[in-house]
Design a protein around this ligand. Structure first.
Ligand code: ADP
Ligand code: ZN
Length: 766
């Protein structure tokens, strides 16, 4: 975690030295520094225009001349006077009167841009509704320019103007009598009104300001407090700590480590209620908003119209409306995935990160930031309390809790002392019949599914691979069909028919003859969720089966629809990918089957074991959450693997202990800080050369403090037609990583067509 960095403190000092509260005064020579919405690492200086007598505040959204056109930007603060002779342009217009990024949020984002080595404008605009980026947008729907009489100016001012400037006198008269008016309307009635108003503004008689236009209707208020239960003693203890932290009004991080079904959600809801009672707002982050419709419903049921749900399915306008409700404090609780960490909640008191271990909090592509880590940075900026919740916390968070930087709150039992499910391991090597072996369900799992169906209960079957078969092999030469653009085999799908690449999406029909030897016929091997579903339907003809994976759940609301049907008992079996493992609380589920636990264990990723154990315990945790106890079956070829053994015995803490020791010994996080540098190019020679050049600079700059591994071909060697190479830098301190990366950014100029990614604290190692 980035928290102890001295950079943060320095930034805070910077901030206090800016005249941010008063703004920048309105002399025409006043300059502001602007982060422009463009992938450029530098900041730009602009003149404050005369018609903005109040100057510009940090965090305000502006439109500026940029290159040959215009661009959107965010004001950062006053700029130093540039060298003489440099021609400066003025800000075109202020798009929103109020800063779109309030102080602490702006500071968090600037910190993030430095920390993750990304262009500041890109980082800032990632926090804003996408419409804010569009030049020209907003003149209508965002804000209107309004003229009103300046304070202390009365009818007597008219007398002074009457003879010399009749137009100005008329305008001022209209404002004195009729109150504030839109400039566009005055202009329509009176030619030259805009110029007249500017002159009046210059004399200090009139104020010109952009103001929001009437907003979209707010959802009706639901009855608050619906669904409250009385907390268990463990919940009471955890809440006492969180409430004390909230009352203290200072930045504190709590790690809420509660087993599956221990009632973490109830703790979140009560903590949010406490923050609201202190007139402060809250943010609740969930790994994937579409996968948590039931949690979202619980939050909305409890807090009604005070909640803004930041769905990925929101249209641009709706997103902006929700953003605005938050910014104005009309909604005080934001619920959303990763990017909701930037929700513009004023007076933020609480940030909760549910399932904090979930890898989807890390964005790995264009802007590689970690939502959970930024939640802590923001909490610190706001003097807020951060609560990280999980049944299987990340090793990083466990280490911080052990080191005392996080307060550890434990919910060791399920509510009402419901037992954790029993986990039974099926050794697939002992399934000797080759026909049985090709099945998703071993005889033991099939037997338990049958029994569950007989009792009228529900089962979840988890297989972390979609499609029907995993690959198509030639019976003659043995070659598998590979993607033309990526270095992976294609997966056979029934739905949408044919062979599909899971990385680039390329689709082709299943060939009659082998594309390599042109002779052999193709045979399908391996198992995906589609085949698993088909098998369950075949073996249990009376069962109602649903499938949840990214193929079955396409389109807005599809996931909620499938989960909703299953939760209402409209299906008996749910088959799916890791989408079925996430937090679902469905009391009818008494059986969970893990079809193949081994899938994630062989990935070339130092977190492979951690991920596998987390997935196993999370999916197991879906069973037995109601009155009836749960049972879990884990099928594997590696029953002796530590993850399988510790999952069966529910010994997560022991795993943490062993794994922390191993990570320290091998120099991986949380022992060391990592930087992943990935270079890719359509030309394999150029990709390799770029990687070699990067290695040179990284090694030269890193010195003895940093260890540089590589360059090596990425495990995923080719993606969408681009050849990929990577380097891994390990350092004891993040400052070293940033220095090294900074040097590489300055000194290596990638050839045209190259892509270069610097990923600090990487999660995706492929
Ligand atoms: P977790 O997030 O820890 O897996 P949940 O918050 O989903 O657990 O709670 C599990 C179940 O227990 C839910 O159905 C919830 O409504 C119920 N529950 C939580 N707290 C209480 C309580 N204090 N009294 C009764 N039921 C509770
Ligand atoms: Zn592909």
């Amino acid at each position: 975690m980035p928290l102890r960095s001295t950079r943060l403190r320095r930034r805070e000092n910077d901030r206090t030295s800016l005249p941010s509260a008063q703004g920048v005064t309105s002399s025409p020579r006043t300059l502001v520094q602007v982060a422009v919405a463009a992938p450029l690492r530098r900041l730009f200086t602009y003149l404050v225009p005369e018609e903005l007598p109040a100057g510009l505040q940090p965090g305000q959204l502006v439109e500026v001349p940029f290159g040959r056109g215009r661009a959107r930007g965010v004001v950062l603060g006053p700029a130093a006077t540039p060298e003489p002779g440099l021609e400066l342009k003025a800000v075109d217009r202020l798009v929103e009167p109020e800063p779109v990024l309030p102080g602490p949020l702006l500071a968090t984002l600037r910190w993030a841009a430095d920390y993750y080595l990304v262009p500041p404008g890109e980082m800032l605009f990632a926090a804003l509704p996408p419409l804010f980026r569009q030049v020209g947008a907003g003149s209508g729907e965002l804000a209107v320019l309004v003229a009103r009489v300046a304070e202390g100016v009365g009818p007597e001012a008219l007398a002074g103007l009457a003879g010399r400037a009749p137009l100005q006198a008329r305008l001022l008269g209209a404002l004195v009598q009729g109150g504030p008016a839109e400039v566009a309307r005055l202009e329509a009635e009176l030619a030259g009104a805009r110029e007249g108003l500017r002159a009046l503004a210059h004399k200090g008689l009139v104020r010109l300001e952009r103001e929001p236009r009437a907003r979209a209707p707010v959802p009706a208020d639901l009855p608050e407090g619906a669904g409250a239960v009385s907390p268990t003693p463990d919940q009471v203890r955890a809440l006492a700590e969180i409430h004390a932290a909230l009352d203290g009004g200072e930045f504190v991080t709590c790690l809420l480590h509660g087993v599956t079904g221990s009632g973490k959600t109830e703790v979140y809801l009560r903590a949010i209620a406490r923050a609201l009672s202190q007139d402060r707002g809250a943010v609740l982050l969930v790994p994937e908003i579409a996968l948590t419709p039931l949690l979202t419903q619980r939050v909305t049921a409890r807090f009604g119209a005070q909640v803004a749900v930041l769905h990925s399915g929101l249209g641009a306008g709706e997103r902006q409306d929700e953003w605005r409700r938050l910014r104005r404090g009309q909604a005080r609780v934001a619920v959303g995935a990763r990017s909701a960490v930037f929700a513009p909640v004023p007076r933020l008191g609480l940030i909760i990160v549910d399932e904090e271990h979930d890898p989807s909090y890390k964005q790995s592509e264009r802007l590689p930031y970690h939502g959970r880590d930024l939640a802590l940075v923001r909490a610190r900026q706001e003097g807020a309390v951060a609560v990280l919740g999980s049944a299987t916390p990340s090793l990083e968070s466990c280490a911080h809790a052990r080191g005392g930087r996080y307060r550890l709150l434990r919910l060791p039992e399920r509510v009402h002392q419901r037992p954790l499910p029993e986990i039974e391991v099926v050794d697939l090597r002992e399934v000797l019949d080759p026909l049985e072996r090709a099945h998703a369900l071993s005889p033991r799992l099939a037997e338990l599914v049958a029994a569950t169906l007989d009792r009228g209960e529900q089962a979840i079957l988890f297989l972390n691979r979609r499609g029907y078969s995993s690959f198509a092999l030639c019976k003659d030469c043995g070659e598998a069909v590979r993607c033309a653009n990526c270095s992976v085999t294609l997966t056979h799908h029934l739905q949408g028919g044919g062979l599909r690449c899971h990385y680039c999406g390329a689709l082709q029909p299943l060939p009659e003859r082998c594309p390599s030897c042109k002779r052999g016929r193709m045979q399908l091997f391996g198992l995906g969720t589609e085949k698993c579903e088909a098998e369950v339907r075949r073996r249990f003809p009376g069962a109602r089966v649903l499938r949840l994976d990214s193929d079955s759940a396409t389109g807005r609301g599809a996931v909620a629809e499938i989960l909703g049907r299953f939760a209402r008992g409209e299906a008996d079996v749910l088959v799916g990918t890791q989408m079925v493992t996430k937090g679902h609380d469905i009391p009818g589920v008494t059986l969970v089957g893990v079809v193949l636990a081994d899938l994630g264990l062989h990935l070339p990723d130092f977190r492979a074991a951690e991920r596998t154990l987390q997935l196993l315990l999370q999916v197991a945790g879906r069973a037995g959450r109601g009155d009836r106890p749960g049972q879990v079956v884990v099928q594997t070829f590696l029953p002796q693997h530590e993850c399988v053994v510790l999952a069966r015995e529910n010994r997560f803490d022991d795993f943490v202990e062993h794994e922390l020791a191993r990570r320290l010994a091998l120099g991986y996080p949380p022992g060391r800080r990592l930087l992943l540098v990935r270079a890719s190019h359509a030309d394999p020679a150029k990709a390799a050369a770029l990687a070699r050049r990067l290695a040179e600079v990284l090694r030269a700059e890193g010195g003895a403090r940093c260890q540089v591994l590589g360059p090596a071909v990425s495990p995923l060697a080719r993606l969408r037609g681009r050849y990929r190479w990577q380097l891994l830098v390990k350092c004891p301190r993040v400052e070293d990583l940033q220095r090294v990366a900074g040097a590489a950014l300055r000194r290596v100029s990638p050839p045209a067509g190259a892509k270069l990614l610097f990923d600090v604290d990487p999660v995706d190692m492929l």
